[in-house]
Design a protein around this ligand. Structure first.
Ligand SMILES: Nc1ncnc2c1ncn2[C@@H]1O[C@H](COP(=O)(O)OP(=O)(O)OP(=O)(O)O)[C@@H](O)[C@H]1O
Length: 231
C-alpha cells in the first residue's frame, strides 16, 4: 500500500476574494464582500440568507452570468474572467444546468420540446437529441408526459420537466434558485428526492439557494449569507 497522499481533486467551484458592488447612479451598493468558497465535485450545497443578502448575485457569478467587481471565480477548472461572451455562453451550455423557482418552461412547447432546447446549441443529430431527451425525462419519471404542454401539468411536474432540461446536456454543475419556492410540500419533496438522485446516483454538483429549511436539510452543507458576507 502506498503511503503517498492522494491529491484532493480540484474544487468544482472556487471563489477567492470575491466582491460585487452594483452602481446605482452615483451610489455604490456593495452586495458581496470578500467571499472565499470552495465546492467539491459531486457536493450538494445550499445557500440560505435573508432577502437581499446576495444569494442570487452569488449564483450569477458562479454561472458566469455576471462578473465580480474583484476576486476570482473558477468553475470546473476555468477562470471565468478569461472567457469572452461567446466562450462563456458555450461554456455555460456545456457545464451548467439551471433550475428556477418558476420553472421557466415555454408554455407552447411540449415537455419533450422544452427538454430538447439546450441540445439545439450542440452538434447532436435529431435522433441523438431524442435519445437524450427520453433519458432525461425517464430520470425525472415523466416518460409518459412527453407530449404534454406545461399548462397541462402540475407545478411539481413542470419543475421535474425543468430538471430534465437542466440535466439533458449532462452538465457538471446544477444551479437551482429556490427550486421548491412555488411548490406544495408533497411536490417539493418529490423535487428534493430527485435532487438526491442527481447527487447520489449521477454525482452532479448541486448548488441551491433556498428559503426552505426542508430543502436545505437535504444538502450536505448549508452556507449562510448575511449582508453579502458568507458566515
Ligand atoms: N443589477 C443590479 N443593480 C443594482 N442592484 C442590484 C442588482 N442586482 C441585485 N441588486 C441588489 O443587490 C442586493 C442583493 O440582491 P440578490 O438578488 O443577490 O439578493 P438575494 O439574497 O438573492 O435576495 P432574494 O432572497 O430576495 O432573492 C439587493 O439589495 C438588490 O437590490
Amino acid at each position: 500500500m502506498s503511503l503517498e497522499a492522494v491529491p484532493a481533486p480540484p474544487p468544482m467551484v472556487r471563489l477567492e476574494g470575491v466582491s460585487k458592488t452594483y452602481r446605482r447612479g452615483t451610489v455604490e451598493v456593495p452586495v458581496l464582500e470578500a467571499v472565499d468558497l470552495a465546492i467539491d465535485p459531486g457536493a450538494f450545497v445550499a445557500f440560505m440568507g435573508p432577502s437581499g443578502s446576495g444569494k442570487s448575485t452569488l449564483l450569477n457569478l458562479i454561472s458566469g452570468l455576471d462578473q465580480p467587481t474583484t476576486g476570482i471565480v473558477e468553475v470546473a477548472g476555468r477562470n471565468l474572467a478569461e472567457l469572452n461572451d461567446r466562450e462563456l455562453s458555450d461554456w455555460r451550455a456545456a457545464h451548467v444546468g439551471f433550475v428556477f423557482q418558476l420553472y421557466n418552461l415555454i408554455p407552447v412547447l411540449t415537455a419533450a420540446e422544452n427538454v430538447e432546447l439546450p441540445l439545439l446549441l450542440t452538434p447532436l443529430s435529431r435522433a441523438e437529441r431524442r435519445k437524450h431527451v427520453a433519458a432525461a425525462l425517464d430520470v425525472v419519471g415523466l416518460s409518459h408526459r412527453v407530449g404534454h404542454r406545461p399548462p397541462q401539468m402540475s407545478g411539481g411536474e413542470q419543475q421535474r420537466v425543468a430538471i430534465a432540461r437542466a440535466i439533458v446536456t449532462d452538465p457538471d454543475l446544477i444551479i437551482a434558485d429556490e427550486p421548491t419556492g412555488d411548490l406544495d410540500r408533497k411536490a417539493a419533496e418529490a423535487v428534493l428526492d430527485l435532487f438526491g438522485v442527481l447527487h447520489h446516483d449521477l454525482h452532479k454538483t448541486l448548488v441551491m439557494v433556498t428559503h426552505d429549511p426542508h430543502a436545505a436539510e437535504r444538502a450536505e452543507r448549508v452556507h449562510h449569507l448575511e449582508k453579502g458576507v458568507l458566515q
